[in-house]
Design a protein around this ligand. Sequence first.
Ligand SMILES: Cc1[nH+]cc(COP(=O)(O)O)c(CN[C@@H](CCC(=O)O)C(=O)O)c1O
Length: 391
Amino acid sequence: MTQSKWLDAELKYDSGVFNKHQVVITRGQGAVVWDEQGRAYIDCMVGAGVANVGHSHPDVVRAVQEQAAKLMVLAQTLPNDRRAEFLTELVSVLPQGLDRVFLCNSGTEAMEAAKKFAITGTGRQRFVAVKRGFAGRSLGALAFTWEPKYREPFGEAVDNRHVDFITYGNLDELRAAVTDETAAVILEVVQGEGGVRPASLEFVQEARRITKERGALLIIDEIQTGFGRTGKMFGCEHYGVIPDGITLAKAMAGGVPVGAFAMTAAVADRMPAGGHGSTFGGNPLAMAAGVAALRAMKREGMAEQAREKGAYFMEKLRAIGSPKIREVRGLGLMIGVELKEKSAPYITALEHDEGVLTLPATPLVVRFLPPLTISREQIDQVVTSFARVLE
Ligand SMILES: Cc1[nH+]cc(COP(=O)(O)O)c(CN[C@@H](CCC(=O)O)C(=O)O)c1O
């Protein structure tokens, strides 16, 4: 079969940073995507945890179509009905007190904003981050990203001398690292790219206690755990903790790029006027998609779906009983299967032989991030396929 002209063009003109698969995906609906030959794949990748509401959710599609025909572009200095509607909708689902929002266009931008608001919000310059944490690829966010392979190519341009890294879950290291110079502790309640690792209750609750005690902020990175993924609207809800700030992106607008840093008024009010900004942040097109996505999440009870289906999915994965599986772990529909060998060949076999898309999370883990609307029948298909490739 001749290689696709679309694949040719991407391989020829793309920057080269991505390891390109050999399929060209042209369409998606719900939990399924199709390649240009019309082959269907159950998508447990969804753009690394973006399509929580499913591909091309009809409400999101309609909202984008209508808004595109009305007004797509507007600077954030000019108020807009859709943006106001989105902010109102978002604050209504955020943990109590997080009612001031900086809007941007990606997770890494949300993390950059969080860093700046934390500095002005506390007058401090040091941060505590967690080993295996992933905060984004920009030079500022990379300072909080643990994996050396992401930082080393850029040398001193990634300056993390102001960051103290602690071991995920280590209370003693946490207590020793947070001082009166600490602006914020940054952590994910489930490390996603770091291997799908849920935090312990005591670690997250101690992070909240110790930051309050020492005048630092607790910023929880919900870019991957947010919007129903873990079985609650936000991952921090599992821990009974309300942070001072939350970074958000991925699923927030049903697939249209949006990022945000949601924070308390106490933090927001200490940023100098004009101290940060974003050209595309809060644009009416993305805001319309976000309103539709948030309303669909609530109306369809997607967080509850994730809780129920996640328990079912993990139970079925554990029942495979393969000697190649070390552990099945996760929260809601944020699931990782740690193997006793490299996961890459199995991820490839799932795609090529079984028509199932998954993604890695460190070299040994197969990560499953399906739409929260995936059906139980589709889960069964995925599990059967996974059992087959493990044989
Ligand atoms: C927790 C978390 N924080 C921040 C980011 C950065 O978001 P963005 O700037 O929108 O990509 C991501 C991306 N997570 C994916 C890593 C993507 C990459 O390799 O880069 C992932 O988990 O695969 C996260 O999962």
